[in-house]
Design a protein around this ligand. Structure first.
Ligand code: GDP
Length: 438
C-alpha cells in the first residue's frame, strides 16, 4: 500500500548516525524529500513537512527517535484536515449522499462498499442508480445490490438522472431508509455537461454529503480533478479508492494538503469489505510501517460477535483450538475482505501484503487440503486433534486423497499455529506478537 514511502522513511531514519549530528540530519531530510516527491506529494506540502521535521528534530535533540516523532507529527498535521471523519448521519434521516467521480475511479464499487459498511452498522440503506453514462453501471449496481442485499432504486425507462434521483429520495423517505446513496455519472475527463448534470442532481436532492471518489493511482492529475470538482460541487469528503495499488501513497497527502477536504474512507481492494474509515493517526501508523491493529480489530468485531470472540480466546488460551474452530475462522476471514487488505493492517506486513495479493482463501492449495482433511475426520477428531494417531492419519490421508506425509505436515503446522496462538493470547500477547513481526 505505502511500501515505497514506508521504506524510504526507514532509509531516511537510518541516515541519522549520531546524536546531534547536523550533517546526518541534513542527509536524512534530503532522502525524505526525494521520497516524498517521488511519491507524488505536492512540492509545497513537501517543503512544509520538511520544515516541521527539521525544526522539531532539532528542538528535541537530533536523533533517530526525535526524527521519527517529528515525521509522525508532520504527517498528522497534513492529514488532519478540518472536518468530519468517517460517516456522519444527518439529524433527520435519510442521510443523503451524492457519489461523484471520474469514470473508472471506482465510484460504483465504492457506493456498494459504503452501503454494505453502513448495513453492518445496522442502517437501512437505499442505493440509487443515476449513472446513465456508463452503459454497464446500472447493471453493475443491480448485481452488487443483490450480492450485498441492499435495496436499489433504478428506472429502466428513464434517461433523466435528475428525475431518478428525486424519485429515489421520495422512495427513501417513504420507505424510512436511514441512508440514500446516489451513484452519479462519471466521465473520462471533466467536462461542462458532466458538471451541469451533477449540479442539477445536487440541487434536486440537497445531499448532506457530496463524496468524491478519487483513484489513488491518478497522481497529481487526480488531485487537480478533485480540486475542480470541489470548486464546482463543494465536496464534503473524499474517498480514496485503490489504495491497495498505491505504492506511492502521495495522493492522500496531496489531496489533504492542497484541497483541504477531509479524506473520509479508503478503498483497499476490489472486494466489498475492503473499505475503511480514514483515520489520520492510523494512516500515519501505516505509513510509518506500524500497521493498524485497531482497524483490524474493528473489522473483526463486525464479523465475529463478541461472544464468539470470547469463546475463541478462551479455547485458544486453554490450548483447545480445534479443526472446527479453524474452519469457522477461515469463513470469518473471508468475510473480512481480501488477504492483502488484512495483512496490510498488521505491523511490518505491508510488503508481504503486496506479495499475497492473489491469495484466494477458497482456492489456495493448502486451504483446499485442510478442508479435504477435515471432511475426512470424525466429529470427535475435529474436536480433539490429539486423537489423531498413526492409523487415523492413514485413514484421513486415504479419504482426502493426500499422502500421509502431507497429513502429518498439516497437523504439525496446525499444532504449531495453535501453540503460537495460545502463547500470544496471554497478557503480553500483543507485545510478543509485535516483537515477532518486527
Ligand atoms: P466507476 O466507473 O467509477 O463506477 O468504477 P467502478 O466502480 O466500475 O470501478 C472500476 C474498477 O476499479 C473495477 O474493476 C473495480 O473493481 C476497481 N476498484 C474499485 N475500487 C477499488 C479498490 O479499492 N481497489 C482495487 N484494487 N480496485 C478497485
Amino acid at each position: 500500500m505505502f511500501d515505497t514511502l514506508t521504506e524510504s522513511f526507514r532509509g531516511a531514519i537510518n541516515k541519522i548516525r549520531f546524536h546531534d549530528d547536523e550533517k546526518s540530519l541534513k542527509k536524512a531530510l534530503e532522502e525524505l524529500k526525494k521520497a516524498l516527491l517521488k511519491a507524488d506529494v505536492h512540492y509545497k506540502a513537501v517543503k512544509d513537512l520538511l520544515k516541521t521535521v527539521e525544526n522539531e528534530t532539532k528542538a528535541k535533540g537530533i536523533g533517530k527517535e526525535s526524527f521519527l516523532s517529528a515525521l509522525r507529527q508532520g504527517l498528522l498535521e497534513i492529514l488532519q484536515t478540518s472536518g468530519s471523519q468517517g460517516f456522519v448521519f444527518a439529524s433527520k434521516p435519510p442521510t443523503v449522499v451524492l457519489m461523484a467521480g471520474l469514470q473508472g475511479s471506482g465510484k460504483t464499487t465504492t457506493t456498494a462498499k459504503l452501503a454494505s459498511f453502513l448495513k453492518t452498522k445496522g442502517k437501512k440503506v437505499l442505493m440509487a442508480a443515476c449513472d446513465l453514462q456508463r452503459l454497464a453501471a446500472v447493471e453493475q449496481l443491480k448485481q452488487l445490490s443483490a450480492q450485498i442485499e441492499v435495496d436499489l432504486y433504478h428506472e429502466e425507462e428513464s434517461a433523466n438522472p435528475v428525475q431518478i434521483a428525486k424519485n429515489a429520495l421520495h422512495r427513501a423517505n417513504e420507505g424510512l431508509y436511514d441512508v440514500l446513496l446516489v451513484d452519479t455519472a462519471g466521465r473520462l475527463a471533466i467536462d461542462e455537461a458532466l458538471m451541469q448534470e451533477l449540479k442539477s442532481v445536487k440541487e434536486a436532492i440537497h445531499p448532506h454529503e457530496v463524496f468524491y471518489v478519487a483513484d489513488s493511482l491518478s497522481g497529481q492529475d487526480g488531485v487537480r480533478s478533485a480540486e475542480r470538482f470541489h470548486q464546482e460541487m463543494a465536496l464534503s469528503g473524499v474517498i480514496l479508492s485503490k489504495f491497495d495499488g498505491d505504492s506511492k501513497g502521495g495522493v492522500a497527502l496531496s489531496i489533504a494538503y492542497q484541497i483541504g477536504i477531509p479524506l473520509r474512507f479508503i478503498g483497499s481492494g476490489e472486494k466489498i469489505p475492503d473499505l475503511d474509515p480514514f483515520l489520520p493517526d492510523r494512516i500515519v501508523n501505516r505509513l510509518m510501517g506500524a500497521g493498524d491493529i485497531e482497524s483490524l480489530a474493528e473489522k473483526t468485531s463486525a464479523v465475529i460477535s463478541e461472544k464468539e470472540a470470547k469463546n475463541l480466546t478462551k479455547k485458544i488460551k486453554k490450548g483447545e483450538f480445534n479443526f472446527n474452530d479453524f474452519l469457522a475462522q477461515m469463513d470469518n476471514m473471508k468475510k473480512l475482505g481480501s488477504m492483502q487488505s488484512i495483512l496490510s493492517m498488521l505491523p511490518g506486513m505491508g510488503s508481504m501484503a503486496s506479495a499475497l495479493k492473489d491469495v484466494d482463501l477458497d482456492n489456495s492449495r493448502e486451504i483446499k487440503q485442510i478442508r479435504a482433511m477435515v471432511a475426512s475426520m470424525t466429529p470427535k477428531e475435529r474436536e480433539d486433534p490429539s486423537l489423531l494417531n498413526g492409523s487415523r492419519r492413514k485413514r484421513i490421508a486415504l479419504g482426502s486423497g493426500m499422502e500421509v506425509a502431507d497429513v502429518n505436515r498439516v497437523i504439525k503446522q496446525f499444532d504449531g499455529a495453535a501453540k503460537m496462538a495460545k502463547k500470544f493470547s496471554g497478557k503480553r500477547g500483543m507485545q510478543d506478537l509485535m516483537g515477532l513481526m518486527n
